[in-house]
Structures are given as structure tokens and as C-alpha cells.
Design a protein. Structure first.
Ligand SMILES: *Cc1c(COP(=O)(O)O)cnc(C)c1O
Length: 366
């Protein structure tokens, strides 16, 4: 098999160790003679996986006892709606900070449920930065304050979370959860589709502070109430057992790597390598995000012309670099370097970028 470098935006690279362990017990899980996919979600071997994954996540993110960890389905996209259904009381307002397409969607879905408000937005300048709101005092009319911690498509990321008083801070962390230590106590609710930094698609992690659930939700469907899943430990109905099994493998790997602080250090080093090429390229590569809002997970950049972008992506593909095409809404290039992308892949990308620039300059005297 040829060497490939996986920079897919999501679903994306998984740790090789996690895949190999899954492979080794794929058809005989824990001496059951069956795959983990073939056994009851109420069986002991599965339950062990399920509760271990919850425990590991609590440990790695230092989640306090007042919080519950849920494994749900429907992706981060269902959470756009579900959080509004469960938290947006009539007469109250859901506040949104718009920093990209995902926060726009979250805002739009909540607007179908109740009253919403855009507190700030960086749309006018192409979502190149995160508006600075160090603190925000809500009042009794505010149900919550919602942010998107990392903007997967535009390549921006909060360097510091705003301090919200009086109402819970809610974050879509789909593309940077577990990439660094965070102070969970700043948040009322965090949600993340697993397919970027946590595992395969199919499971969505929700971390929720139980006391924020004040709204009367008796009229909404049972399966859409957070309380239902809290009471059933995410076993109300059949959970995506294989996705949770893989999530557990990924969490085990993160722990073996030394936890979130070691992972964060590695992530900084990885991103630094690529941003450095962009910054030292005399404008040959143009970063999309402003320097103070740069994401360590998704690095977005353009070459000077559409033609050069196309050439670069083609050369990259020929050399085994996968997934570098920017999102269709912004174009250009994007390198997604989530936790599982190894340092070597980032070094290889840096070398490719340097090589390509040199060759383009000699052939076209740019
Ligand atoms: C990928 C992504 C989503 C969408 O996730 P689904 O699980 O496909 O619904 C939402 N928000 C962010 C920040 C994402 O990166």
C-alpha cells in the first residue's frame, strides 16, 4: 500500500493504534466469539465498553460530577434543534455568536423553535476571525449563549472563551473537542459529532450540566428530551454500539498519549509547522484566518490564483495527500490536522508546500 496522508475534514483520520486494536478483536470480541456489533446493547461486554467510554471522557476532560456525559445520535446537527427544544423557554432568548456556517445553521434551527438573537457576527469579513467578546452579562430574558468553538470550514478557533454570567454558555465543539484541556465549568452544555476528533460518525457526545434543565419539556417527543437519556445512561434505545466502541478505543489512545495536555502540545507543534510555511512564503500561500483567530485543527489557505490552487491540489493528490480541497463554500485549500493526524503528515505537507512553491516560481517566474 502506498503511503497516504489523511487531511480529511470529517469523517477524518483515526489513530492507527485504535484501528489495529479494533481489527484484532473484530470477529471475536472479549472471547464472545462474536463481533461487538453482534451483541446486545444490554449485555455485560457491551455495557463495559459503554461505561468505560463515559468514564474516560470524564477523566480526560476533567468533567465535574454535576455534569452528565451522553451518547446520542443525529449528529451535531440534531443538537442545533434539540438544545433549543430543551433549553429555550417561551419568552426567553437564545443568543448566538456567528463565526461560520455551522453557527449560522445552529442559529437558524433554534429560530424555528423560539426567540433568538445574533449577538455578534464576523460574516461581513468572510468569517476570517472570531469577534472578541471577553465577557457577556445576560439577563433573566436570556436562555443561553451559543458559540462554535472551532470553525471547521473557515479555519478559525476561539483562543479564549467568553465569560458568560447568568445564563449557560453552550458550545458546538465538534471539531476541536479533546484537542486541548478546557475548563468545563465555564459551560452549561457542550456537544460534538464524533467524526472529527473522537471517532467514527454515528455518535454525538453531549456534556451537560444537569441543573440547566429547567424547562418543562413534557410536550416534546420523549427521545428528544435530554432527561430521557440522562435517566437511561444513554441506553434508552439501541445506541450506535460500534461507534461508541471505536470512541472508547480513541479515548484509550488519548490517555496513552498522556491526555489532553500532551495532545495539545503536539497539536500546537503540528499547526505551527504549516502556518510557518504560509507566513514565510511571501504571499505565495495566503492564510484565510487572521493571525489571532487561527485554528489548530483546520488550516485554511489559498494560492494566488484559481489555476495555482488547482495545480497544487493535483500535485498533492498524486503524492498521496488526501482531503486538502477547501470546503465548497470557501474554496482554496484546507488541511484538517485533528488529534489523530501524525506529526509526520504535517512535516510531509510542509515539504510539499515548499517544493511546490519553488517549482512554481522557477517555471512561471512568479
Ligand atoms: C461537522 C460539524 C457539524 C455537523 O456535524 P454532523 O454530525 O454532521 O451533524 C457541526 N458543527 C461543526 C463545528 C462541525 O465541524
Amino acid at each position: 500500500m502506498n503511503q497516504i496522508y489523511n487531511f480529511n475534514a470529517g469523517p477524518s483520520a483515526l489513530p492507527k493504534t485504535a484501528l489495529e486494536r479494533a481489527q484484532s478483536e473484530l470477529i471475536n470480541f472479549q472471547k464472545t466469539g462474536m463481533s461487538v456489533m453482534e451483541i446486545s446493547h444490554r449485555s455485560k461486554p457491551y455495557e463495559e465498553v459503554h461505561y468505560q467510554a463515559i468514564q474516560l471522557l470524564k477523566e480526560l476532560l476533567q468533567i465535574p460530577d454535576q455534569y452528565e456525559v451522553l451518547f446520542l445520535q443525529g449528529g451535531a446537527s440534531l443538537q442545533f434543534t434539540m438544545l433549543a427544544m430543551n433549553l429555550l423557554e417561551e419568552e426567553k432568548v437564545g443568543n448566538y455568536l456567528l463565526t461560520g456556517s455551522w453557527s449560522e445553521k445552529a442559529y437558524k434551527e433554534a429560530s424555528l423553535i423560539g426567540k433568538t438573537k445574533i449577538v455578534a457576527s464576523s460574516k461581513e469579513e468572510g468569517y476570517r476571525s472570531i469577534p472578541t467578546i471577553p465577557s457577556f452579562a445576560t439577563n433573566e430574558k436570556d436562555a443561553y449563549f451559543h458559540i462554535t468553538s472551532n470553525n471547521t470550514i473557515y479555519g478559525t478557533q476561539y483562543q479564549q472563551f467568553p465569560t458568560i454570567t447568568h445564563a449557560p454558555l453552550i458550545a458546538d465543539m465538534s471539531s476541536d473537542i479533546l484537542s486541548k484541556p478546557i475548563d468545563i465549568t465555564k459551560f452549561g452544555l457542550i456537544y460534538a459529532g464524533a467524526q472529527k476528533n473522537l471517532g467514527p460518525s454515528g455518535v454525538t457526545v453531549v456534556i451537560i450540566k444537569k441543573d440547566i434543565l429547567q424547562k418543562d419539556v413534557s410536550k416534546i417527543p420523549t427521545i428528544l428530551q435530554y432527561q430521557t437519556h440522562i435517566q437511561a445512561s444513554s441506553l434508552y434505545n439501541t445506541p450506535p454500539t460500534f461507534s461508541i466502541y471505536m470512541l472508547n478505543q480513541v479515548l484509550t489512545w488519548v490517555k496513552e498519549c498522556g491526555g489532553t495536555s500532551s495532545i495539545a502540545q503536539r497539536n500546537e507543534e503540528k499547526a505551527q509547522i504549516i502556518y510557518e510555511v504560509i507566513d514565510e512564503s511571501d504571499g505565495f500561500y495566503l492564510g484565510h484566518a487572521t493571525n489571532d483567530s487561527r485554528s489548530l485543527m483546520n488550516i485554511t489557505f489559498n494560492l494566488q490564483t484559481e489555476e495555482l490552487n488547482k495545480q497544487f491540489l493535483q500535485v498533492a493528490e498524486e503524492q498521496g495527500f488526501i482531503g486538502l480541497q477547501g470546503h465548497r463554500s470557501v474554496g482554496g485549500c484546507r488541511a484538517s490536522i485533528y488529534n489523530a493526524v501524525p506529526l509526520e503528515a504535517c512535516i510531509a505537507l510542509r515539504d510539499l508546500m515548499i517544493r511546490f512553491k519553488k517549482e512554481a516560481r522557477t517555471s512561471t517566474s512568479l
